[in-house]
Ligand binder design. Sequence first.
Ligand code: 5AD
Length: 359
Amino acid sequence: MEVSYNALLTRATQTHRLEKHEIIRLLNARGEEERSLFAAADAVRADWVGDAVHLRGLIEFSNYCRNDCLYCGLRRSKQQLQRYRMEPGEILSVAKAGAKLGYRTIVLQSGDDWWYTSTKLAQLVEKIKRLDVAVTLSIGERTRAEYRDLRLAGADRYLLKQETSDPALYARLHPGQSYHHRRQCLEWLAELGYQVGSGTMVGLPGQTVETLADDLLFLQTQGVDMAGIGPFIPHPQTPLSCCPPGNTGQTLRTIAVARLLLPWAHLPATTALAALDKNGHRKGLAAGANVIMPDLTPQPYHGAYDIYPGKGAPLPADYHQAIRDLVRQAGRVVATTPGHSLKPVKSKDNRGEGTLDDL
Ligand code: 5AD
């Protein structure tokens, strides 16, 4: 006998376990069923991570990249881009301004740019940590020793999106990169005690709803602390320029199912979602998200961090206040704490297996 949709949702909110075919069913929900999915995700969000929305101040400090990802506007072979590297002192000044604005987490993001050695970055992380903020790094694939040194310098968290859990699709989209090495990097980061974020793009060409279900199961198996889920937005100067974008609905449903499977996780209403849909932040917050990542990158750099169309658009003068207002208008509160991981700590150190067993 087929289990009714509502019974499936109720079970998901209680057990946080779903079979792949059940995830697909939720991802295919429309109309009343979709509204129930969002309501269930919102209830799990309120229960597990509360009403606080964590604002993570993002500094995009370099748009140089050694990779050539087919979807990305920073890809190495893209000629029409003014490349920049912010000096460590300048990055520190922006971090200070961010801390003054009230951000309790500073996210340092760049392309995979090895000009910034781990030694240089470790010095910077040490200085930023003195501002009494959490530091998240999002600087791509490095050696285990570099990850270790940055962790020892005080970095708290690391974002490394897998983008897709399908090895064949990964290989097509990331020439010269290795799916398994990226997974290896995620393992290292977890071993080193980082709060680890991964994530996925929704609507990539060649992706199916089955792939998305696998992506969600991948995030659950990894037991990530954070998961960034955003729509693919085609960049006109990339090989994927002619592909259709991901859509808001599918992105929101993926975020909602992520909330059911990873109840503790910090899930952003992503910048890409807000670029695709002007109400993206609000809709994301109503579908399970509890994080927004406002941009602190000063001009002219901000405009040159052209990952996808809309990303580098000038920010309004009241940008930071407007985000706080948006949070309040969504009936939520701006967090005043750094917003560290809420993932349940396991009694036995058997990371990597049955991450939900101790719930
Ligand atoms: N559309 C949407 N998101 C993109 N990213 C990179 N290129 C695109 C694109 N064309 C995302 C990746 C990366 C984040 C910084 O931006 O997921 O992790």
